[in-house]
Design a protein. Sequence first.
Length: 710
Amino acid sequence: MIDPVLNNSNNLAAGDRGRWVPIRPGTDGALVMGMMRWMFDNDRVNTAYLAHPNQKAAEAGGEPSFTNASWLVIVQDGHPRQGRFLRGSDIGMTVAEAERYKDADPYLVLGADGQPVPAGTATGPAPLEANGATVMLGDRPVLLKTAFELLRESARTQTIAEYAAICGIPEEIIVGLADEFTRHGRKASAVAHGGMMAGNGFYNAYAVVTLNALIGNLNYKGGFVINGGGFKDAGAGPRYDLDGFPGQIKPSGTPLGRNVAYERSAEFARRKAEGKAYPARDAWFPNAPGLGTEWFHRRVARLPLQPEGADPVELQPDVRHHRHPAADRSGLADPKQLPLIISVDPLINESNAFADYIVPDSIMYESWGWAAPWNGVSTKASTARWPVVEPKAAKAADGQPVGMETFYIALAKAMGLPGFGPEGLADMDGNRLPLERPEDWYLRGGANVAFAGKAPVGDASDEDLALSGVERIRPALESVLKPEEWRKVAFLFTRGGRYQPAGEAQDPERPDWQVHRFTKPLWLWNDNIGGSRNTLTGKRFTGCATWQPPAFFDGTPVRALHTEADWPLQIVSYKSPLQNSYSIATRITGLHPDNPVIVHPDDAARLGLQTGDSARIRTPGGAAECTVIVHEGVMRGVMAIEHGYGHRELGARAHRIGDQSQPDRPDLRTGINLNDLGLSDPTRNNEGVWVDAISGTAVRQGIPARLERV
């Protein structure tokens, strides 16, 4: 387990077979690139696996997956497509203009004669090295390299000793980890999660998952397996079409988070016409999902977003993730800047406290729902949720409890939107059905789950209904569903969902392969990354795993501005074993009322601190009082803060609702909220929080800090 903090998930996960390797925050990429360097230098990379250029060739060669290691990349400096894969249309293959650089435009590998050929039609291994190959594009030769060559070059930019100095892990341990990881064939796996939330988090995470490709463990038993997924409820069938409806309006325009290509924007066209396309006014994130970290500051900072005269729709993200410049109350409270904020939530939290309206929502035990495991389960699974207690929310005129679904349905009907009301839904025969209540949606989604696959589930008996308590919702089941459906959906509720048998995880014809396999290529080089540019500098990103220090958006290392001399420590966070949004203000809070900061004994001794002492944490973004715990289970130079404390809302502050006042609970305000210590990005005029330049995720690991005795 590689982690700056030794917590229970690390300490107890593997019993006496576990080993904790402490690491400096945000340097996971240095460790992994050091391991890769050793693997390349010592022939521990599975090149036979990597040479398969498509799924069909891989399976013919006895492999359940493949990579793009052999695909050709344009690396000619200054070429417009530098960093992009060479495609068929580039060398004159016939491809319709509308399909250029899309799926129908083939990726290329080197053929037996040394000339590019389509990767998808290859029947056997392709060369992993281009060895300086060029191709004529237009009237000039263009240099090519394979994805394999580019990754190997990236790993060899530094020595193992240099990587060790960066991450704080001795060279011999890096070598030992690489040796152990590659000693067991396909029966090894590397995964990562929240520890990647650093100022270089994307490349750190990319490096970790790339390790799996280098040993060819994807889709193997004992290796890296994909989630089996769930039985789809909100899809087009098999019983009801919950995927679309006549008159459906799809989103258009520029997303608030700017998670689209800057080069396709009106701003780019204007700046290019003026002679200088870069820098852009602000950061763009073409390779990221929707970004809540960007929504508020985009509006409050008055950045250009929509065409003149357009009315923006305001959404409500977590404004305190982290200390956001837009979290200034004067900005958020000004209706000229944010005309309307509507929140749907069962709780008043630090974000929706700024809302103009809060629509109370249900909590877990009051609601309907179908969910699938987020990851880590190799078979299909869908869990069923139904209201086991009566919601405490107020009821609408028709007797339905107020909540997210009832609010959206009522709002849509009032606006005359399609897809809601007496004929809002349809079965697979096209018969129109109502969407008037939450159960109209969720029970029909249950029918899709129950009838999915080769055969539907069985019927629930009357005894099943009585023993499980599902008898209480029998009237709803019978009124919404068809006679042949309702007992099958009831069966799911009596069993808590639908679950594929665990024994079906492996392919019966190839027991070492998974049934649910990832059949797309593993991208050693991602040309969506390698072909895009940093919008503040115009510099191209690297398309493969690489080491880069934590940096602000324009690439300035955070330590270049906030030096170790001024900020000798770094803050990391870890999940609480007890606290979550449901446990606040319960008896659990009394068991663990605050979150002392964990400090290494060497750092504590230097500062004259002992367990129980009061101290003050300072960062370039904020300050907080804390209590210190001195403990060996944290990396030197690191302070560890547990999530779930230091609230200003969630019951910590009294609100007046109508003629009633909530109780004031100062005990819920105790402890530290890491969001109050986060940084804004000086390379973006401090108008946005510090985020990873590619994924756009807010940085909460490796925050520069110092600790003072009080």
